[in-house]
Design a protein around this ligand. Structure first.
Ligand SMILES: Nc1ncnc2c1ncn2[C@@H]1O[C@H](COP(=O)(O)OP(=O)(O)O)[C@@H](O)[C@H]1O
Ligand SMILES: O=C(O)C1=C[C@@H](OP(=O)(O)O)[C@@H](O)[C@H](O)C1
Ligand SMILES: [Mg+2]
Length: 174
């Protein structure tokens, strides 16, 4: 049985982008918890948050995580999935968790170029660069706590995929 691979990390670190490429390389199915949730709810995340608040979104996110977890899948999660202790333990127990780690400046540049506001409503009401810095400072330890592997996500997507594959292979061999 091939364990599911969970990609975690801040908004803009490339979970969705790298996840698709990794799934292709591994011959696995790709699932994104945010896409799954929005399709199932027939609403954008911005609409869910505006109507029902972040707490409701977080509860639905956990439901999405449980629903999509299956063998032979690469699962891109949302940046805040690690806020829940339940989610952190769930991912570590059920599969292999990879933290795509990138510095604030890289994340902010990507998010400024591709804000995708429907999927990424503001978390703090602050400008992007300030928000990224503040949120990462709070979450970095949680990503690390959840992760089996940490990779440098500031590289080209193909290199990030290669680094993840190398880390998985090394772990299998040891
Ligand atoms: N390794 C990368 N190098 C350059 N740009 C990237 C990389 N990974 C993602 N991007 C770009 O950054 C934006 C956010 O990526 P995305 O995969 O949606 O991140 P996440 O799902 O972690 O929020 C996208 O427009 C994507 O094209
Ligand atoms: O960081 C966060 O709290 C969030 C990140 C988003 O996903 P991405 O990390 O894929 O942008 C999405 O789940 C939601 O807007 C909340
Ligand atoms: Mg994403």
């Amino acid at each position: 049985m091939t364990l599911p691979i969970f990609l975690v990390g801040a908004r803009g670190c490339g979970k969705t982008t790298v996840g698709q490429a990794l799934a292709l390389a591994q011959g696995c199915q790709f699932i994104d918890t945010d896409f799954w949730l929005q399709e199932t709810a027939q609403q954008t995340i911005a609409d869910i948050v505006a109507r029902d608040g972040w707490e409701t979104f977080r509860a639905r996110e956990t439901d999405a995580l449980k629903a999509v977890t299956a063998p032979a899948r690469v699962i891109a999660t949302g940046g805040g999935i690690i806020l829940s202790e339940y989610n952190r333990h769930f991912m570590r127990e059920k599969g292999i968790v990879v933290y795509l780690c990138a510095p604030v400046a890289v994340l902010a540049d990507r998010l400024e170029a591709f804000p995708e506001e429907g999927q990424r409503p503001t978390l703090t009401g602050k400008p992007i660069s300030e928000e990224v810095s503040e949120v990462l400072a709070l979450r970095d330890a949680l990503y690390r706590e959840a992760a089996h592997h940490v990779v440098n996500a500031a590289q080209l997507p193909g290199q990030v995929v290669s680094d993840i594959e190398a880390a998985l292979q090394l772990a299998r061999a040891s």
